[in-house]
Design a binder for this molecule. Structure first.
Ligand code: AMP
Length: 281
C-alpha cells in the first residue's frame, strides 16, 4: 500500500493507472475509520481493480461553531485498517495541500442541498461538493463509493456529478450498524456510555416508523409523528429534523409513502453530539 500526501503525486499516479488501463475505485473519507468505511472499501474492491481511500478532515464543510478541531483523528490506525483491507493507495493530504493560501473557488449544489442537513448546517454541502470535486480531479476515479448513512450527501453528489458532466459512477452502499442498531459513525467516539444508551433510540425510532408502515399505514404525517414522539421521550435527545423526502430528489413528501423511494431521515442532538440516521421505506 502506498501513502500519498501531495496532489501532484496522486495525480501522476492516477494518470499512470489510467494509462495502464486500470479501473480506479475511490472511497473518500474523513478518517477515524470504522466498519462502515471498510464496507465501502470492500464495495470499491468489487467495483474496480485499484482501490484508493482518501483521508482528509475537510475544514470547508464545518461551520464556525462545529467540531472541526476536536473531530477524531488517528492516521496510524487508519493506515493499518486500510492495509489489512488490501487498499492500494491512501491519499492523506495536509490542509495546505488542498486549500493553499489564496484558495477561493467553491462548488454549490442549489436544490437537493436545501432541506434537512442543508438547513441546519448551511456551510456543509458547499464544503462537501467543493472537496469532492477536487478529490475527483486528483484521484481521477472511474467509480466512487458512498454510504447510505449520509443519504442526502449521496444524493447531492450523484446530482453534482450529473450536472457537471463528471465522468465517474457513484455507488451507494448500505449503512453498517452496531449490534444494537446504532449507525456506525466516527462521531460515536464522542458518546459516553450513558449517551450511547440514548443514541441507540434513534434507530429504534426509525424502526418504529418502518413498523407502522409495514402494518399498512402509509400516511407520512402519521409515521413522522410516531418517530418524533419516540425521539422526544428519550432524555438526552433533541430533534433537529425528522423528514420524509424523495430518495433521489430530496424533495419533501407530504402525503403518502412512495414505496422504495421514500427516505425518512433524522438528525438529533444527543446532548452536544450531532447524530444522523435514516431508513428507506
Ligand atoms: P465520513 O468519514 O464520515 O465523511 O464518511 C465517509 C464515507 O463513509 C461516507 O460516504 C459515509 O456515508 C460513509 N459512512 C459513514 N458511516 C457509515 C456507515 N455506518 N455505514 C456505511 N457507510 C458509512
Amino acid at each position: 500500500m502506498q501513502v500519498i500526501s501531495t496532489v501532484n503525486e496522486m495525480q501522476t499516479c492516477a494518470n499512470d493507472l489510467r494509462n495502464a488501463g486500470r479501473k480506479i475505485a475511490f472511497v473518500p473519507t474523513m478518517g477515524y475509520l470504522h466498519e462502515g468505511h471498510l464496507s465501502l472499501v470492500r464495495k470499491a474492491r468489487e467495483s474496480g481493480d485499484v482501490v484508493v481511500v482518501s483521508i482528509f478532515v475537510n475544514p470547508t464543510q464545518f461551520g464556525p461553531s462545529e467540531d472541526l478541531d476536536k473531530y477524531p483523528r488517528n492516521l496510524d490506525k487508519d493506515l493499518e485498517a486500510c492495509e489489512s483491507e488490501g487498499v492500494d493507495y491512501v491519499f492523506a493530504p495536509p490542509t495546505s495541500e488542498m486549500y493553499p493560501s489564496g484558495y477561493s473557488t467553491f462548488v454549490n449544489e442549489e436544490s437537493l442541498s436545501g432541506p434537512m442537513c442543508g438547513k441546519s448546517r448551511p456551510a456543509f454541502f458547499r464544503g462537501v461538493c467543493t472537496v469532492l470535486t477536487k478529490l475527483f480531479n486528483i484521484v481521477k476515479p472511474h467509480v466512487a463509493v458512498f454510504g447510505q448513512k449520509d443519504a442526502q450527501q449521496a444524493a447531492v453528489v450523484k446530482h453534482m456529478v450529473k450536472d457537471l458532466n463528471l465522468e465517474l459512477e457513484i455507488v451507494v452502499a448500505p449503512t453498517v450498524r452496531e449490534a444494537d442498531g446504532l449507525a456506525m459513525s466516527s462521531r460515536n467516539s464522542y458518546l459516553k456510555p450513558f449517551q450511547r444508551q440514548d443514541a441507540v433510540q434513534i434507530h429504534k425510532a426509525l424502526q418504529k416508523g418502518a413498523a407502522i408502515y409495514e402494518s399498512g399505514i402509509d400516511n407520512i404525517d402519521r409515521i413522522l409523528a410516531e418517530i418524533i414522539h419516540h425521539l422526544s421521550t428519550v432524555r438526552r435527545l433533541r430533534v433537529i429534523y425528522a423528514e420524509a423526502v424523495d430518495l433521489e430528489t430530496m424533495k419533501p413528501l407530504r402525503t403518502r409513502v412512495e414505496k422504495g423511494h421514500t427516505l425518512i431521515a433524522t438528525a438529533v442532538w444527543c446532548d452536544e453530539i450531532r447524530l444522523i440516521d435514516n431508513i428507506i421505506l
